[in-house]
Design a protein around this ligand. Structure first.
Ligand code: HEM
Length: 413
């Protein structure tokens, strides 16, 4: 039980009764990322937890903790010696699922891989893809602009990130994107844990086949060739084949399962706030800041996990060696101890201290590419479709677990 921490001051808002009445469950001792109520009341729950519940506990499966404040999340994310990634990033990990590199590894193994992978996704390299990504955004818009309406997720948001990553970075055919997006979505959100494992296995198999084929082809000097060349670990062993496959799988997960949510949420926000739309049209210089604010407020990665390597205390809660701990990046990005009015979207906010892309050694390798995709989306969309709204009955639908995803959003203009 977690009573020691968060209820010390006997806050009437955090008694079990008050929590059950407000959220349908005792968030502090009985939290569940997969609870449909968390999906439905996402913003309210995040805002409440970061203010009132520095650490909450879940009893689902083997159980896990969620760390919510920005200071605690940053400290834990940087302290990889105590909060290890090597036993996985998802709670109640399905048996038999291969570990993903670099995400599910610690330094020095992790460092070896990041050192060779980072240059392929540097700010300069990603900036060189900008025109191609803008062209792709326009090609997608061409397909539906005359119709006066679209379903944003399937016709734009789920396509552009995959196109950007597959065409420019991986050299993978975009024809197979829909199958991979579905595999990653179902692997993350399918209610049945065994079904999740099966979907992930399909994605692994596809990407391994591609990697094998590329190993028979002349070198292109690209990211795939860097993965194939591999790394040597500090003890002199050479990274095995399965590590290479998992690098490609991890990059693909990151490349297609995240940016869509920020895109969809930003476009939904603009569809429902004409003044904000006009502000970005009148002052395009604000787009860069708007992207940080939208990334802060609409986090696709709700929380990612670590395993405690020793007994440790976080904001008064004792966590035992071997217990699973989630870093709630989504809560940390709304911490009122670090910003004014965190519940408000303000694209003029200065110095946005968000943790949407993570913190510490595992900080997102794809953030530069994600920013290019988001810039192309906002700028090209507003140029081509400056007036748009949500179609009657077409409000967005969501699914939430340790990731959050938008399933559909119907727009018209
Ligand atoms: C808005 C879009 C994105 C968000 C919000 C996001 C978020 C994150 C976060 C929070 C982490 C840290 C994980 C941790 O602490 O354990 C991470 C890691 C990672 N991301 Fe992203 N990501 C995005 C886009 C991308 C893209 C486009 C790619 C691929 C091109 C990518 C690939 C990865 C990979 C491979 C890691 C693991 C890095 C490591 O363990 O060293 N992500 N991402």
């Amino acid at each position: 039980m977690n009573d020691g921490t968060s209820r010390e001051s006997i806050d009437p808002e955090t008694t079990p009764e008050a929590l059950v009445e407000r959220f349908g469950r005792d968030l502090i001792n009985d939290f569940d990322l997969d609870d449909p109520a968390f999906n439905d009341r996402f913003d309210e729950t995040l805002n409440f937890m970061v203010r009132k519940c520095p650490v909450v506990h879940s009893t689902v499966g083997k159980g896990y903790y969620l760390i919510n404040t920005q200071d605690d999340v940053r400290a834990a994310a940087q302290n990889w010696q105590t909060f290890s990634s090597a036993k996985g990033y998802m709670p109640n990990r399905p048996d038999g699922l291969p570990y993903l590199m670099p995400e599910e590894s610690d330094p020095p193994i992790h460092t070896r891989w990041r050192r060779v992978l980072n240059p392929h996704l540097s700010p300069k390299v990603c900036a060189s893809y900008e025109q191609a990504v803008r062209d792709d955004a326009n090609e997608l818009i061409d397909r539906f602009i005359e119709r006066g309406e679209c379903e944003f997720i399937s016709e734009f948001g789920a396509l552009l990130p995959g196109w950007a990553f597959f065409k420019n970075v991986l050299g993978l055919p975009i024809d197979d994107l829909a199958m991979l997006v579905n595999g990653v979505e179902e692997g993350t959100f399918a209610p049945d844990l065994d079904a999740r494992a099966k979907h992930f296995a399909g994605v692994f198999e596809y990407l391994e086949t591609h990697l094998k084929w590329r190993s028979t082809q002349p070198s292109r000097g690209d990211l795939i060739d860097t993965i194939l060349a591999g790394v040597t670990y500090d003890d002199g062993t050479i990274a095995p084949w399965e590590h290479k496959v998992s690098i490609l799988v991890d990059l693909t997960f990151g490349g297609i399962a995240t940016t869509t949510f920020v895109m969809g949420s930003a476009i939904h926000h603009l569809a429902t706030h004409p003044d904000q739309r006009q502000l970005l049209i009148d002052q395009p210089v604000l787009v860069e800041n708007a992207i940080e604010e939208y990334a802060r407020f609409f986090p696709p990665v709700v929380a990612l996990g670590r395993t405690a390597t020793s007994d440790v205390e976080v904001s008064g809660t004792s966590i035992k060696e071997g217990e699973f701990v989630m870093l709630a990046y989504a809560c940390a990005s709304r911490d009122p101890r670090h910003m004014d009015e965190p519940e408000k979207i303000d694209v003029r906010r200065e110095g946005i201290p968000h943790s949407t892309f993570g913190v510490g050694p595992h900080r997102c390798i794809g953030s530069n590419l994600a920013r290019v995709e988001l810039t192309a989306t906002l700028e090209e969309w507003l140029k081509r479709i400056p007036e748009f709204r949500v179609k009657s009955g077409g409000e967005p639908t969501y699914v939430t677990g340790f990731l959050r995803s938008m399933r559909s959003l119907h727009l018209e203009w």
